[in-house]
Ligand binder design. Structure first.
Ligand SMILES: [Zn+2]
Length: 133
């Protein structure tokens, strides 16, 4: 359990979930393919982190739902605008952290639900032709 929290906090700090050293992103949320320190492949297949991205997107939205549930109501356009800004700004500012958390969650699923073809469990390392550089 302690290891799970350590892996998740590395993701939130935008660091490699395995070693905690290598950066996840080069610019904004454009992820490196591998950790520069330990060589971990961050995303085995394109879209592997998509489900976790969806889940982490719901965390800030959930805060707004809780505020609404406990009786927050905008009484005028100023209140409505402030509520929208209070929801939107954290949603945008935490994108890299939530994306890092998504990569960390995907890494945990790879550790706890091992696939023998995954290189972290002895499978063949993936080599990709990088067309986007
Ligand atoms: Zn690493």
């Amino acid at each position: 359990m302690k290891n799970i929290w350590r892996v998740l906090s590395r993701g939130l700090r935008r660091r490699c979930p395995r070693c905690g050293e290598g950066p996840l992103f080069r610019r904004g949320i454009k992820a490196w393919e591998r950790c520069s320190q330990c060589g971990l492949l961050y995303e085995r297949n394109y879209g592997d982190t998509w489900m976790y991205t969806i889940i982490t997107d719901r965390i800030p939205i959930f805060a707004g739902i809780v505020a609404w549930y406990f009786g927050f109501r905008a009484m005028n356009w100023v209140g409505a605008t402030l509520f929208f800004v209070a929801m939107a700004v954290p949603l945008v500012l935490t994108i890299p952290h939530r994306q890092g958390l998504a990569i960390a969650l995907d890494y945990l699923s790879r550790v706890y639900f091992p696939d023998p073809s995954d290189e972290i469990h002895g499978g063949t390392p993936v080599h990709r032709a990088n067309a986007d550089d």
